[in-house]
Design a protein around this ligand. Structure first.
Ligand SMILES: C[S@@+](CC[C@H](N)C(=O)[O-])C[C@H]1O[C@@H](n2cnc3c(N)ncnc32)[C@H](O)[C@@H]1O
Length: 286
């Protein structure tokens, strides 16, 4: 594999997370990928011409897309900080991690609790290619990376890297930001999330975000741009979002517009609902 994305995947595999014998999938630079579109819109450099073209179309359809993506990162920072600093969580399973973008989940969690342990999961080969940057744990903590698909929760749960890193008898925060809209209803995202929660002990958390067009009566438009680029994209209503949290106790303030979730310390005024259209919540497993 070569390319501006990171060069050939060779060198010392001296960190936990990638098996030296693992076959590394090729990065396909001929079709756009969601991780690289997101990276481009957030100002990253790990993207290709096809991704930039798809991003331009999506931003033309929804001029607020960059604001929404920045707000998703801000949400992730607030939620992970709350989980580590306020809820006392020391283990994280982050699915749909994306290309490394500092601060990453482990940097936020370990700033509050240096011993925090984080397993990252993504199904995009380019994220695997850059996973080294996700594996810069504090000396007291651990990070690991698994190349896998959210739609195969049992594969994730059986992976030795997960089992070596996380203690499934102690609370774990499952974090899924900016991913569920890429899983169409026919792939049963609710069943997938519920299977993962079922494997976690009492006192675990789900922190989750999902784009909606509840605030755009005429439709935001970027869903069509993604689909025309060959990437599934599904908005969900508040009720459909609430189903992800079935059986969990909602942490106050419950289901919120993502830019409003515990956002008192963010710059005010917060963006309008029509600029950030996405729901967010944290639920606790009783
Ligand atoms: C928009 S990025 C979000 C990155 C990060 N979680 C954040 O919120 O900033 C979406 C990520 O989800 C990954 N993804 C999409 N579908 C996935 C699936 N079925 N399984 C695992 N990862 C997936 C993409 O490869 C991409 O890296």
């Amino acid at each position: 594999m070569t390319g501006e994305a990171g060069g050939p995947l060779t060198g010392e595999w001296d960190f936990r997370g990638i098996d030296p014998g693992e076959e590394l999938p090729d990065v396909d630079t001929s079709v756009p990928h969601s991780a690289r579109i997101y990276d481009y819109i957030l100002g990253g450099k790990d993207n290709f011409a096809v991704d930039r073209q798809a991003a331009a179309k999506a931003m033309a359809a929804n001029p607020h897309l960059a604001t929404a993506m920045r707000e998703n990162r801000a949400l992730m920072r607030r939620m992970v900080k709350w989980l580590a600093a306020d809820a006392g969580v020391r283990q994280f399973l982050d699915i749909g991690t994306g290309l490394p973008t500092s601060p990453n989940v482990h940097e936020i969690a370990q700033a509050a609790a240096p011993e925090a342990r984080v397993v990252y999961v993504d199904n995009d080969p380019i994220v695997l290619a850059h996973a080294r940057a996700l594996l810069t744990s504090s000396p007291e903590g651990v990070t690991a990376y698994i190349h896998a698909d959210l739609r195969d929760p049992d594969k994730i749960l059986r992976d030795p890297r997960l089992l070596d890193t996380l203690d499934l008898s102690q609370p774990i925060a499952l974090t899924i930001f900016g991913v569920l809209h890429f899983i169409p209803d026919e792939d049963d995202p609710w069943g997938v999330v519920s299977r993962l929660i079922a494997a976690l002990p009492s006192g675990s958390y789900l922190a989750v975000q999902q784009p909606t067009r509840d605030f755009y009566p005429e439709g935001a438009g970027n869903d069509r741009a993604y689909r025309s680029a060959g990437i599934a994209f599904q908005y969900r209503t508040k009720d459909q979002f609430a189903r992800f949290l079935t059986g969990l106790e909602l942490v106050p303030p419950g289901i919120q517009l993502m830019s409003q979730w515990r956002a008192e310390d963010e710059p005010q005024p917060r963006p309008a609902a029509s600029e950030v259209g996405a729901y967010a919540a944290i639920g606790r497993k009783p």
